[in-house]
Design a protein around this ligand. Structure first.
Ligand code: PLP
Length: 367
């Protein structure tokens, strides 16, 4: 079989469409992973990641692997067996955090909110007040299974009042809505390349505050995962440049180009573009008589979950959208299975023309 390019517009929950510049950067001829030129590209990319995460954190790098590798990196490095960790769950990715933390041997406590809503600060405070020595509190900033935007500021204040670390999943938020790591006092944060950064899946940007880094450096036990051990990986990305594993060179070229394009546009312009196109799509969907799943006031512009009336077969509509129009969207997860679509307007995919095309295709399919 020969690989053939398919004409697809990616408007699902990820991956998003990638610009030709990023694809071109990916096909740059290889250099060695210790080549001085490549080390320069890595350092430049770290600087761009710091700007994108809005942080001065020294430990800011891209882990090899998708967003889930970033999630594992954060938990496996910060958590030791028996540590208490509080996780907010209101969708699939909060559940995944719980699973990952439990595999690290954490004593996991949870606060939950109904799917389609966000975790409230009082819920977090109640657990921190009644349980001593919680080491970290973790939340998902943009819950891709529901389309909910989790407010962070007040919860961050509470978490730090109780002396815990604040962990945030920004896989679907970075580049699409503000991720202000320093201002929000986020201690550990991970993301993914294939959403609003619009590079192919394969790297996970990660950043750690000095407090979090200190926890990693003063662990009682070795990090359980050799591959994800930040103590060793930081030596490759830092001054020493010690070989740890062979860097995925082409992916780093592609992320470098994606970040360059994002910062060229300007973060604020990118947030405004995502907000504009998301709002337009959401108002068009409501005008079609469909129901937006995420609670009003907490809706993400880059990921919209929309529920169909019972008489529609969403799976059939989704297949027709792909085959007749070349547009990919995602199906619902959990309680939304067979009932909803998840529509992404992320990064390079978030344009007025894509919204217009999708809305017209949906009108054709629904009537
Ligand atoms: N966290 C969130 C919020 C996500 O949306 C995803 C993927 O959709 C992940 C984590 C996992 O990322 P990946 O599928 O790239 O491993």
């Amino acid at each position: 079989m020969h690989i053939q390019s398919q004409n697809r517009l990616l408007l699902g929950p990820g991956p998003s469409s990638v610009s030709p510049e990023v694809l071109k950067a990916m096909s740059t001829p290889l250099v060695g992973h210790l080549d001085p030129y490549f080390l320069e590209v890595m350092s430049d990319m770290q600087n761009m990641l710091r700007q994108t995460f809005q942080t001065k954190n020294e430990l800011t790098l891209a882990m090899s692997g998708t967003g889930s590798a970033g999630m594992e990196t954060v938990f496996v490095n910060l958590v030791e067996p028996g540590d208490k960790v509080l996780i907010g769950i209101c969708g699939v990715f909060g559940e995944r955090m719980k699973d990952v933390a439990q595999r690290c041997g954490a004593d996991v406590l949870t606060v939950e909110a109904q799917w389609g809503t966000a975790i409230q600060p009082e819920q977090v405070e109640q657990v921190l007040k009644s349980t001593s020595s919680i080491k970290a509190v973790a939340l998902v900033h943009a819950e891709t299974s529901t389309g909910v935007r989790q407010p962070l500021q007040e919860i961050s204040r509470i978490v730090h009042n109780y002396g815990a670390l604040f962990i945030v999943d920004t896989v679907t938020s970075l580049g699409g809505i503000p991720v202000e790591v320093d201002k929000m006092q986020i201690d550990a944060c991970y993301s993914g390349t294939q959403k609003c950064l619009s590079a192919p899946p394969g790297l996970s940007p990660v950043t750690l505050s000095s407090a979090a880094l200190n926890v990693v450096k003063t662990r009682k036990q070795k990090v359980q995962s050799w591959y994800l051990d930040l103590n060793m990986i930081a030596n490759y990305w830092g001054e020493e440049r010690f070989y740890h594993h062979t860097a995925p060179i082409s992916m780093i070229f592609s992320l470098h180009e994606a970040l360059r394009l994002l910062l060229d546009e300007g973060l604020e312009n990118s947030f405004a573009r995502h907000a504009r196109n998301g709002q337009l799509l959401q108002s068009e969907l409501e005008a079609m008589g469909l129901t937006l799943f995420a609670q009003e006031g907490y809706r993400l512009p880059e990921l919209t979950s929309v529920v169909f009336p019972e008489e529609y077969k969403e799976g059939e509509l989704r297949r027709r959208l792909l085959h007749e129009y070349g547009i990919e969207v995602g199906g619902g997860l959990g309680p939304l299975k067979d009932k909803a679509w998840r529509i992404g307007l992320m990064g390079h995919s978030s344009t007025l023309s894509n919204v217009t095309l999708l809305v017209q295709a949906m009108k054709n399919l629904l009537h």
